[in-house]
Design a protein around this ligand. Sequence first.
Ligand SMILES: Cc1cc2nc3c(=O)[nH]c(=O)nc-3n(C[C@H](O)[C@H](O)[C@H](O)COP(=O)(O)OP(=O)(O)OC[C@H]3O[C@@H](n4cnc5c(N)ncnc54)[C@H](O)[C@@H]3O)c2cc1C
Length: 410
Amino acid sequence: MDFEVTYSEAQQRFRQQVRAWLEANVPPGITRIATSPEDSLQRYRELRALGRALGDKGWLYPRAPAQYGGGGLDVDHSIILEEEADRVGLALPPYYDSGGKLGSATILVWGTEAQKQAFLPPIYRGEVRTWQLLTEPGAGSDLAGVTTAAIRDGDEYVITGQKIFVGSDHGADRIWMIACTKPGGARHENLSWFMLDASLPGITVQPMELMGTGGEGGTDPVQKNTVFFDQVRVPAFCLVGGENSGWKAASTHLELEHGAGGRIGRHRVWDRLLAYCQQTKCDGVPLTQHADTRDLLADIYIKTEVQRLFGLRNFWLTYAKRPRSYEGPQLSYCRKMAGVWMTGAILEAVGPAALTTDPTWGAPDGFLELQQRNGIVAVHPGGTADVQRVSMARRIGIGRVAREAPGTVH
Ligand SMILES: Cc1cc2nc3c(=O)[nH]c(=O)nc-3n(C[C@H](O)[C@H](O)[C@H](O)COP(=O)(O)OP(=O)(O)OC[C@H]3O[C@@H](n4cnc5c(N)ncnc54)[C@H](O)[C@@H]3O)c2cc1C
């Protein structure tokens, strides 16, 4: 069965238009691995400027409704845009904006009309970048256990608590977060979501350096943060989806984060790995001429292709509004487990060169060394591999009498 999408002539013309625009507007070197903090900031500014330019055309969030500043495009045009962005090594948005993506999708389903008009246009036009803040020191997989408190006080909520493993480098304009609005209340009936200004008094961001960030696009490859809330006063308007109804709204956020949103694009490591093996000699001949390496490369290619096709399938199922079930966590689980497996396979294929950033011995840019770290780290964010397995099992009817339904995304 061929899963590839085919395109009409009009769609192919659109592709040419997008390609020409990207060639004219994407600054050279924008996908580089930053060489210093200053270079990282410069690169981030370039990505944000590109995001605003894409936003002006409705191409930053192509499927989002035009009435709120999105592109209003159908799923096929969206796929073309995502493929063309991927062709130049970028995604949409081209910078880390997980709270923008997941928060806006949740607001579209659960927000009031006034909230849609207030919160969505700046996201879709690239005017703001938003982090998502869910995890706490005592609540990761068990998201329902968050204790950061948001207590109503007149026309405001007062937020106090701590989030961990969140955000990226270079700050955020907005925060999309879940908090406990009824401490001591029944589990799953005491949570609410907020979209708030990240510069409010009482918010402190403390960087934490990780081994890697699991391959999150458009960000420094090692930085997450701890964020502290000390009596932060937030307008009541910022509460999305109803007080204490946050678990319902979480089904939208988590469904997309756990793989239902899919992904359009090639595996970022594959092309470079193949080129490296074609150009690097061992015992006088390129690595690709060694039978063992060839076998490993074939296995790696198969796994990356399976992920690409699952990503394409999920993107289409979700945004063409087709019935879904286990497909989101299936993609997420496969991606995570393949990433770990690939660290071993790549190490075996290229040897210790995969473990160094020194270009004399390793791959250019240290991209293989980065994969070795990210492949392991990526098991954790966006729901761990175990959580994906639990979620998939419930949906295919293992361990539950009634099959669990997927989260609401429209
Ligand atoms: C690189 C990175 C980026 C991240 N980005 C963000 C972000 O932007 N925003 C955010 O809010 N959070 C973020 N996180 C946090 C991430 O979502 C959590 O780390 C994750 O949900 C797991 O929570 P935990 O670390 O508390 O581990 P725990 O939940 O304590 O899990 C510990 C271990 O127990 C296993 N386990 C837990 N429950 C079950 C179960 N029911 N069945 C089987 N096994 C189980 C887990 O799989 C894991 O192996 C990020 C984390 C990383 C590493």
